[in-house]
Structures are given as structure tokens and as C-alpha cells.
Design a protein around this ligand. Structure first.
Ligand SMILES: [Fe+2]
Length: 190
């Protein structure tokens, strides 16, 4: 990857907009978006201090950009040591995620089927550590995960989703193997 320490957020948005205009499939969007996000997370200097504030109650969510045609949004999450998400999806959309500072552990699951209106089958796939300046991707049905801080340093992550993510599902383990009960969660921004 080409390293650009002075890659600006405006340039990232311009290139992301071109990418969603050019790409025909979600797979292509993710393939084009991930290296752009990879350039953006090489430096944290573009992220204003007010978008880096944590929340003691849980990871903080800051909106950074919403495409006027709702083709993508960009958010920053700020994680204090010990903070984590529940197991969740992304409302059917694609996504790319990058670590601006700190380290994040991602525990990934694949959606393998719906059992009823509020139960699904998920299969654990892998657990990965995403280091500073590294990226990962989400593409349904491989779009369910738990994210948590790895280590004792505050982490900041940047996420691009294929629409404004206003709600997502949280999955609670049932007594049956690979069977999870879903509940809808509505997103709050700081
Ligand atoms: Fe997520």
C-alpha cells in the first residue's frame, strides 16, 4: 500500500465517493474502500479532538461524514480499555473498519441461516487482532462480530458502512449450539 502521511479526510471522502460511484457490487465497494481506509488510518492528525472523546458508559460513537445519497457513512469509535460490543450485525450492509490507534480484537461469525423471526444460526469463524493502522472488512453473510479493546491502551477505530447505520441486531446465545436470539438496537451518536 502507498503510505501517505498527509492524506486528508477530504481526500478520503472524495476517493470514497468515486469508489461507490464506480463499484457495481458490494464486494467491489469493500475491495476499493479498504485500501482507502488503510491510507486514512496511517495518521490520526486529521481527526478533530472533539471526535476523540471517550464515554465511560461504553464505547463512544462519533459521526464523521454521511454521503448525501446515503451510499456510505464514516464514523469514529473511541474505546477505553475493557470496552466491547455485544455480538452484532450491520443491518445487511457492507463495511470496512480500520484502527487509528490502539489494538482491537475482532471475534467473527458467519450468518448461516434464519430459524425464525427472532432466531438465527451463526457460526464462529475466527478471532483476529487488528493492529494500529490495519483494516478489516465486513460483507454479509460474514458480517457479525464482537469488537473489543485488546490491551490497556485507549483505541480509536474508523468505520465505513454502505449506508447510515441507524439500527443493527444484537445476538444473544441460546441454549442450542450456534442458535442466537436477536434483538434490535438503535444507534445513538454523541
Ligand atoms: Fe461492527
Amino acid at each position: 500500500m502507498e503510505i501517505q502521511k498527509n492524506y486528508s479526510f477530504d481526500e478520503f471522502i472524495r476517493e470514497m465517493t468515486e469508489a461507490v460511484e464506480r463499484a457495481k457490487t458490494d464486494e467491489e465497494k469493500v475491495t476499493l474502500a479498504e485500501p482507502l481506509l488503510g491510507k486514512l488510518v496511517q495518521s490520526a492528525s486529521w481527526l478533530p479532538p472533539e471526535k476523540q472523546t471517550p464515554n465511560d458508559k461504553g464505547y463512544a460513537r462519533h459521526s464523521l461524514y454521511h454521503d448525501p445519497h446515503d451510499r456510505f457513512e464514516v464514523i469514529a469509535l473511541v474505546w477505553q480499555p475493557g470496552q466491547r460490543t455485544p455480538l452484532h450485525d450491520h443491518d445487511g450492509t457492507w463495511g470496512v473498519e480500520g484502527v487509528l490507534c490502539g489494538q482491537i480484537k475482532a471475534t467473527n461469525y458467519l450468518q448461516v441461516g434464519r430459524i425464525s423471526v427472532d432466531t438465527v444460526k451463526l457460526r464462529y469463524t475466527d478471532t483476529v487482532i487488528i493492529n494500529e493502522q490495519a483494516t478489516g472488512q465486513l460483507l454479509p453473510p460474514a458480517d457479525c462480530h464482537i469488537l473489543e479493546v485488546e490491551g490497556l491502551q485507549t483505541a480509536i477505530t474508523v468505520h465505513v458502512y454502505g449506508k447510515k447505520l441507524q439500527k443493527f441486531l444484537i445476538f444473544d446465545k441460546s441454549p442450542d449450539e450456534e442458535v442466537y436470539v436477536t434483538r434490535e438496537h438503535h444507534v445513538n451518536y454523541m
